[in-house]
Design a protein around this ligand. Structure first.
Ligand code: ADP
Length: 301
C-alpha cells in the first residue's frame, strides 16, 4: 500500500515507529508536512500539491495533525477525503475531539461517565458554576489547553472565583470541573484501535502535581483496566467516531470518567509501558480497512 502520513515532525517517536511498522509490512509510508500541502479548490477536482507536485494515488492517509494547526490540517485532510482516499481518522471526528466542550457534550449525550462539568461564560456566575460541579475544590481548564497547561486546581471558593473571574475577564474560555481527588494524581490512558483497547497505561504526576501528563514530568506504567474502563474507552471512541484514539480516564468513586479523547495519541509512553508493538497494530488496522471510497464523511462539515 501507499500510505501518506500528515505530520510535521518526521523525527517524533510515534511517526518514526509508524513508518518503520508500515515498511516492515511491505508498504511505503511518506511523511508529508501538513503545512506544506497546498489545497487547490476547484469544482469537481479537489487536489493537493506538495513541493510543486500533485499528490495522488495514495491508498490511505494517517493524519497526525498537531493541535496548533488543526484548522489548516483538517482542510488538507478533507481534500483527501473528497478524493475518496481512506483516512485513519476522519476530519469531522478530529474536529470534534479538538473542542473539549463539544466532546464532553457528545459523550454526555450517550451516557458515558464524565466528571461533573460546567461551562462558564458570565464571570458573575462563578459561584453558581462552582456549586453546580459540587465544589470547591474544582478544576478549571482552558478550553484550548493541551499537555496539562492551563489546568488549574482551585481549592477554596475564593481562589476558584478569582481564577474564573480572571480567565473570563481576559475573555478566555474555560471549563469548570468537579475535582476527582480519589484519582490521587493518577489517570488511565487507553489506546483504542478499531473499537478495541489495544494497550493501557497508568500515569502518575510528578511529585504532588495533580496533573499526570507525561509532558509535565509524569511517569507511566502498564495498567490493568477493569471491564467498565474498557467499555467506557471503547464507547467514547465510537461516539467520537475515531478509529484510533487515546482515551484519558480518571478512576472516580462513581466509576471511570473520561477527561479527554485524543485523536493523535502519542505511542511512545504506551509502547514503553506495555512492551507492545502498537505501531504494527495500527498499521494492520489500516491494511484491513483502507479502501478507496470508504471514507464516510467525504470532507463534509
Ligand atoms: P490536557 O488536555 O491539557 O492534558 P487534561 O484535562 O487531560 O488536560 O488534564 C491534565 C491532567 O490533570 C490529567 O491528566 C489529570 O491527571 C489531571 N486532571 C484533569 N482533570 C481533573 C479532574 N477533574 N480531577 C482530578 N484530576 C484532573
Amino acid at each position: 500500500m501507499r500510505i501518506a502520513m500528515l505530520a510535521r515532525n518526521p523525527q517524533l517517536y510515534s511517526h518514526v515507529r509508524l513508518k518503520e511498522a508500515a515498511e516492515a509490512r511491505g508498504h511505503s509510508l511518506e511523511i508529508l508536512n501538513t503545512t506544506r500541502c497546498n489545497v487547490n479548490i476547484a469544482s469537481h477536482r479537489p487536489t493537493l500539491t506538495y513541493n510543486g507536485k500533485t499528490l495522488a494515488d495514495y491508498d490511505a492517509v494517517i493524519p497526525r495533525i498537531g493541535a496548533s494547526i488543526t484548522h489548516y490540517g483538517l482542510a488538507v485532510l478533507r481534500q483527501f477525503e473528497m478524493q475518496g482516499v481512506w483516512c485513519l481518522n476522519e476530519s469531522v471526528a478530529i474536529g470534534r475531539s479538538r473542542d473539549k466542550l463539544r466532546s464532553m457534550q457528545i459523550l454526555a449525550k450517550y451516557g458515558i461517565g464524565l466528571p461533573l462539568t460546567a461551562y462558564a461564560n458570565d464571570p458573575k456566575a462563578a459561584e453558581e458554576i462552582i456549586k453546580a460541579v459540587k465544589g470547591p475544590p474544582v478544576v478549571i481548564k482552558l478550553l484550548e489547553g493541551t499537555q496539562g497547561i492551563g489546568v488549574v486546581l482551585a481549592e477554596t471558593m475564593t481562589s476558584a472565583k478569582s481564577v474564573i473571574e480572571a480567565f473570563r475577564g481576559a475573555n478566555v474560555n474555560i471549563l469548570v470541573q468537579e475535582f476527582i481527588a480519589e484519582a490521587g494524581g493518577t489517570d488511565i490512558r487507553a489506546l483504542v484501535v478499531g473499537g478495541k483497547v489495544v494497550g493501557a497505561m497508568k500515569r502518575k504526576g510528578a511529585g504532588d502535581d495533580f496533573r499526570s501528563n507525561l509532558h509535565r514530568g509524569g511517569s507511566a506504567e502498564v495498567a490493568r483496566i477493569t471491564p467498565a474502563e474498557r467499555s467506557t474507552a471503547v464507547s467514547a471512541a465510537r461516539r467520537m467516531g475515531l478509529n484510533v484514539c487515546g482515551v484519558d480516564m480518571l478512576r472516580s468513586n462513581h466509576g471511570p470518567v473520561v477527561m479527554e479523547v485524543n485523536s493523535s495519541p502519542g505511542i511512545e509512553g504506551i509502547e514503553k509501558a506495555t512492551g507492545k508493538d502498537l505501531a504494527t497494530v495500527i498499521i494492520q488496522f489500516v491494511e484491513q480497512n483502507a479502501k478507496m471510497g470508504r471514507t464516510k464523511t467525504k470532507g463534509k462539515g
